[in-house]
Design a protein around this ligand. Structure first.
Ligand SMILES: [Mn+2]
Length: 338
């Protein structure tokens, strides 16, 4: 990915897949990439059927916390800054879970997890309204995640997965509020049509991602601060080739980010002040409608990478080579809702 797009230099690592030997992940020497976020897996084992941090059984809560502690330790060894916490915890039927008690357990255990961080590490708390739980989810929205992050300590921030909202929810407004509170820690990017579909970024609604980038750039322009955000990708490609889908994602993100850079913020502020609605709206629409692909091709060439990453990848023959090599080992599959 880095060779073809210059981006995507950090990978998300799910524990416990690397429990056996974290040093296997010696990415930096082998491929010039680093382990990015470490994600404790607190949802796959049957033991977590009734929850992890919110499980009524203290032994299960202790196990979940122990795994979180181990994950933070692995992150330290890999020089990984962010530990991303996503919980499948919730319930399927009214009356079956003590919502307030579970909230207190989350408060306690996330605070305890925060205490394990080294001073440069961060705890990112992700939210999701439903699935796999279909009645209540313990961290269902950004307000709950914000409360828990604030309660945990100064190094805890909120992680926004673009697919983890109800349809029609205004995600860029959530982003603007979290930026304003200096509580936006990172993104899991993907696109969706119905629920948490984990489709390729911008495949359904590219204007949505543009509007998110525009809010970030507007914040930076207005405050003079650099937003410290981990940009991550959380997609699931069952039908598309995974590498090609990732190249699509990165090039789409570059295009949408470049478009959002074209918004003239001083003109936008003036239009907003004067309640010139059409002018303000047009500033976004014109930027979004601009074809930035020729400029990106030039930028890539200036960096010594192929102007068309997808074409270069297809011509490299890498996929055919690796497919042949790995075909025997691909019979196992792992699924995840995160
Ligand atoms: Mn996610």
């Amino acid at each position: 990915m880095k060779k073809f797009t210059l981006l995507a230099e950090q990978g998300i690592v799910n524990t416990p897949s690397i429990h056996a030997d974290p040093c296997q992940l010696n990415f930096s020497h082998r491929y010039g990439v680093r382990a990015g976020s470490i994600n404790p897996n607190l949802f796959q084992d049957q033991e977590y059927k009734y929850g992890s941090f919110g499980n009524p059984d203290p032994a299960v809560r202790a196990r979940a916390f122990g795994h979180t502690k181990d994950s933070i330790e692995i992150a330290k060894r890999l020089h990984s800054r962010d530990i991303s916490m996503w919980f499948a915890d919730g319930s399927n039927y009214p009356g079956t879970a003590n919502i307030r008690q579970r909230k207190r357990w989350f408060e306690e255990l996330l605070k305890a997890a925060h205490a394990e961080l080294s001073e440069n590490q961060r705890l990112l708390i992700e939210y999701k309204p439903f699935e796999p739980a279909f009645y209540h989810t313990d961290i269902a929205d950004w307000g709950m995640a914000l409360h828990l992050a604030g309660n945990s300590g100064p190094q805890a921030k909120v992680l926004v997965d673009t697919g983890h909202h109800y349809a029609a929810q205004n995600i860029e407004q959530i982003v603007a509020w979290l930026l304003s509170e200096e509580m936006l820690g990172g993104f899991h990017f993907n696109d969706r049509r119905y629920a948490d579909d984990d489709l390729t970024l911008g495949s359904i609604d590219p204007y949505q991602i543009f509007r998110i980038f525009q809010e970030i750039l507007f914040y930076q322009w207005e405050t003079g601060k650099q937003a410290d955000i981990a940009y991550m990708i959380d997609q699931s490609h069952n039908l598309k080739g995974k590498i090609e889908a990732m190249i699509q994602t990165v090039t789409m993100a570059q295009e949408l980010f470049a478009k959002s850079c074209l918004v003239n913020f001083s003109e936008l502020v003036t239009a907003q002040k004067n309640c010139d609605l059409v002018r303000a709206e047009s500033l976004l629409q014109d930027a979004f409608a601009t074809d930035v692909r020729p400029m990106l091709r030039e930028w890539r060439q200036s960096k010594g990478i192929p102007p068309n990453p997808m074409e270069a990848f297809r011509q490299s023959g890498y996929l055919e080579r690796i497919t042949k090599q790995r075909s025997a080992g691909n019979s196992q599959s792992v699924s995840s809702y995160a």
